[in-house]
Design a protein around this ligand. Structure first.
Ligand code: HEM
Length: 408
């Protein structure tokens, strides 16, 4: 720590507090205004302004430094635990050159053209989910729509047959805790370990089937890369498919849920969107901005780095508050208000730099089809409990436990 290091005296960033998890935005505002780049008593730094977050994510002097950080946090034997051993292989936590190699293998399946080509399949899934509630006048939007849609889309991409998807439905969703800045308890770790080992067992069997009989799916692409030799190890194959599977649905469910919640809480905005569905793509960017399903991503300073006169020493970790950057008045006019016709919204929700979300286009296409179809088929949706919202007790992945809506 150096002399000019600002350390928080009041806990403006307290991811242990239930109130903060329910609504972090008042704290975010205080952070941006008073201590936009500060070192917390928890030992890491927190960046909350849009310009700083954007700079840190793009600056190559910042990396993930995952292995060193995990050892510091959890001890030298941290990777004896299968959960962290699995996580260590994820492209999400790697630095170049391994990150470049892993991302390159998967990126081919995520080109804008391939994702656009999935539209008919995604439309069919959306239609089926809405058919199921036809004749009713209410549903839990999370359980009956927002969760099954992205889950089935990523299963389609990976080539997981429909009959084998039951085992993945309504998982404990606890693995997201691995991304939080607060320590994961032994009990949580055990649950995550059981979840991962079940998935690993399933995927190893799927890999064997694709080796024997290749198909036109992402699993086959990855299995073939592994077979080609030194490009992808078996452990990396298993780990990155688990990453893709989780990232493919645990985040998009919350774009749909948080987005619909914001829309229905703002009836005038909802009316504008209903009157003009061409606003949907911009409204989705606004939903991402207003209440992002991913609230933070961390980086480690690989050398001493000076930002606005403050030195972040080599090896120290910075938490970049995407959700706070998204509400920065310096980047967005009247940032605390939700406006579906806001122009040129560039939310930080998908991150930036070399780790920019690989699935961003997929999430946007899913949300585009979902909201257009919801507006067409259930135009008079309303919140069943407008004043109560129960948020999941995780910080990094922000989403509602349920969202009861009614219509008709
Ligand atoms: C609304 C939905 C989504 C949001 C808000 C989101 C957000 C993010 C963010 C912030 C990152 C960067 C993390 C970092 O900087 O370290 C990221 C990375 C990633 N996302 Fe997403 N994501 C979403 C949907 C998806 C989907 C649908 C997929 C895949 C099917 C996906 C796959 C990935 C992968 C593989 C990475 C790691 C990329 C890398 O490290 O190079 N995401 N996502």
């Amino acid at each position: 720590m150096n002399d000019q290091t600002p350390v928080a005296d009041a806990p403006l960033f307290n991811p242990f507090s239930p109130e903060f998890l329910q609504n972090p935005y008042p704290s975010f505002q205080l952070l941006r205004e008073n201590q936009p780049l500060m070192k917390t008593p928890l030992g890491f730094w927190v960046a909350s302004r849009y310009a700083d977050v954007q700079m840190i994510l793009k600056d190559k002097r910042f990396g993930k430094g995952f292995e060193e950080r995990m050892k510091l946090r959890n001890g030298d034997d941290v990777f004896d635990n299968p959960v962290y051993a699995n996580m260590r292989t994820w492209m999400l936590v790697q630095d170049p050159p391994d990150h470049t190699r892993l991302r390159g293998l998967v990126a081919k399946a995520f080109t804008a053209r391939r994702i656009e080509g999935l539209r008919p399949q995604i439309q069919q899934l959306v239609d089926e989910l809405l058919d199921r509630v036809e004749g009713r006048n209410s549903m839990d939007f999370i359980q009956e729509f927002a969760y099954p849609l992205p889950l089935n889309v990523i299963c389609d991409m990976l080539g997981i047959p429909a009959a084998e998807r039951g085992r993945f439905e309504f998982g404990s969703k606890i693995s997201g805790r691995l991304l939080d800045p607060t320590p994961v308890s032994d009990d949580e770790l055990t649950q995550i370990r059981e979840g991962f080992s079940g998935q690993a067992e399933y995927f190893r069997d799927l890999f064997a089937r694709r080796r024997a009989e290749p198909r036109d799916d992402l699993t086959t692409v990855l299995v073939q890369a592994e077979e080609a030799g030194d490009r992808l190890s078996e452990a990396e194959l298993v780990g990155n498919v688990i990453l893709l599977f989780g990232a493919g649905h645990e985040t998009t469910v919350n774009l749909l849920g948080n987005g619909l919640f914001a829309l229905l809480q703002n009836p005038d905005e909802y009316a504008k969107l209903r009157a003009n569905p061409d606003l949907v793509p911009g409204a989705i960017e606004e939903m991402l901005r207003f209440d992002s399903s991913v609230q933070m991503t961390g980086r480690t300073a690989m050398v001493d780095i000076d930002i606005n006169g403050i030195t972040i020493p080599k090896g120290e970790h910075v938490i970049n508050l995407l959700g706070a950057a998204n509400r920065d008045d310096a980047a967005f006019d009247d940032a605390e208000s939700f406006r579906v016709d806001r122009k040129d919204v560039r939310p930080m929700s998908f991150g930036g730099g070399i780790h920019f979300c690989l699935g961003a286009q997929l999430a946007r296409v899913e949300a585009d089809i979902a909201f257009r179809s919801l507006l067409a088929r259930l135009p008079d949706m309303r919140l069943e409990a407008p004043d109560t919202a129960e948020w999941r007790p995780t910080f990094t992945l922000r989403g509602l436990t349920s969202l009861p809506i009614a219509w008709g």
